[in-house]
Design a protein. Sequence first.
Length: 209
Amino acid sequence: MTPFTEITGTAAALLEKGKPMSNVDTDMIIPKQFLKTTTRTGLSKGLFYELKTLADGSPNPDFVLNKPEFAKAGILITGENFGCGSSREHAPWALADQGISVIIAPSFADIFHNNCYKNGILPVRLPVEVCEKLAAQAGGSNHVFSVDLAKQTVIAPDGETYAFDVDPGRKSNLMQGLDEIGASLQAGGDIDAYEATRKLSTPWLERAG
């Protein structure tokens, strides 16, 4: 994974009736017809397909990521319980393929939340009223936000700073660009030493294998 430290760039707000959209499930993030691949590239074409595509297959001009000013947004602001539904890992793959590296929401579904960290995406939890305020600013004339993982802050276009919490271990892994396997390999020396000691202390296990 690419190390994540900070991002300053465009934020797009996923809205419903003027408020951050809640209960966006993984089927809405990427529908089932796009799950045939096991590669992580090219999935952005299916991202929010039902929202960004009209019935005739043409782009929906009203969908935020179809608008030129938000086409390259790296930050997504949305509502409560984002990523609910099935545990498809294609959902964070599609978001990452789109170029989104930060998702700001009041809450996330647990499995999706975990999958974000495994795929280099920072999920930021902020209160409902803050997300509504940030979404309103993203829809204004200045869409540029800054997210600093080291300082654990979000800076809005109006200059207001909001602090967020993140697990120290996950923070460290993101900043180093490590997934769970990469983090385990960091302890390769300790693992090798343990294996060597185990072979001496329980040699019968080696014979049994």
